[in-house]
Design a protein around this ligand. Structure first.
Ligand code: HPA
Length: 292
């Protein structure tokens, strides 16, 4: 259609090399991957029969440096299914390029992953959100550079990928059913992705609230864009770790408070994600657990 656009063959085989290395280290054929955000790495401890592969051992992988983030790929059993978890993600504010920080998503696609579950810590800008709330991400507003900028790698997806339903409606409905059965209240909303690393000014929090945002953070959107480009089904959840709508005279936004609030929500988040994986549609076949 866009005949002047040149889709390119992957300019190198870095994705394949990383995928081949991981395929040799993990068991089974996981169909679901989880990217664990700030303070939520503890979810990884619930993975049984786990094989842990540090990022530094994987060819071409970047190394996570952000506080609260370890750097491991973990393969094992969660919710009765074989999963692949990224314990620690890369952020644009750490100095990685968008291509470096989304590199693992394409590697996971090559490994046969069909579903991507993402979690993050976020500031609440919807005035009804409180610290500790969990928010299903229904949509996002991207305020970062787009990771698909540059020649399109047609081996993964189209030049102009659709983002109308970036977050899978079926998985959102399933999560709502699970949470209500567990008695865990959930919010739903729009996640605004910014580069950081500075937190927002009160005027910026108010601005992003007025243009349709409910929560704000420094991650997730790049991985989701690359995942949707490659046709993965995506589900995302934020833990609200601070409230960006009232500021006492002595208020200071503090990364330690953010990590603490994220850690406090980790139990609920782990339960919800495990149940989501357990109950995910059988018509979308999931890799059964295998012994390590
Ligand atoms: N802003 C941006 N990123 C964040 C916030 C915030 O208020 N809280 C946790 N991550």
């Amino acid at each position: 259609m866009y005949s002047t656009e040149k889709d390119i063959i992957p300019q190198n085989n870095r994705y394949q090399e990383a995928a081949a290395y991981l395929a040799g280290r993990i068991q089974g054929s996981p169909l679901t991957a989880i990217i664990l955000g700030s303070g939520l790495g503890v979810l990884a401890d619930k993975i049984e029969n786990a094989t842990v592969v540090p990022y530094r051992e994987i060819p071409h992988f970047a190394h996570a440096t952000a506080i609260g983030h370890k750097g491991n790929m973990i393969c094992g059993c969660l919710g009765g299914k074989q999963v692949l978890a990224m314990q620690g993600r890369f952020h644009y504010y750490e100095g990685y390029t968008m291509q470096e920080l989304t590199f693992p998503v394409r590697v996971m696609k090559l490994l046969g992953i069909k579903n991507l579950l993402v979690s993050n810590a976020a500031g609440g800008i919807n005035h009804s959100f409180k610290v500790g709330d969990l928010m299903i991400i229904c949509d996002h507003i991207n305020m970062m550079p787009n990771p698909l900028t540059g020649p399109n790698d047609a081996a993964f997806g189209p030049r102009f990928p659709d983002m109308t339903r970036a977050y899978d409606r079926e998985l959102i409905r399933l999560m709502e059913t699970i949470a209500s059965a567990q008695g865990i209240p959930l919010k739903k909303g729009v996640y605004v992705g910014l580069t950081g690393p500075s937190y927002e000014t009160p005027a910026e929090y108010a601005f992003y609230g007025r243009v349709g945002g409910d929560a704000i953070g420094m991650s997730t959107v790049p991985e989701v864009i690359v995942a949707r480009h490659a046709g993965l089904r995506v589900f995302g959840m934020s833990v609200i770790t601070n409230e960006g709508y009232h500021f006492a005279d002595d208020f200071v936004n503090d990364a330690g408070d953010v990590i603490r609030a994220a850690n406090e929500a980790a139990g609920r988040m782990t339960l919800l994600f495990s149940e989501l994986i357990r109950k995910m549609d059988d018509t979308f076949p999931m890799g059964d657990c295998v012994e390590a």
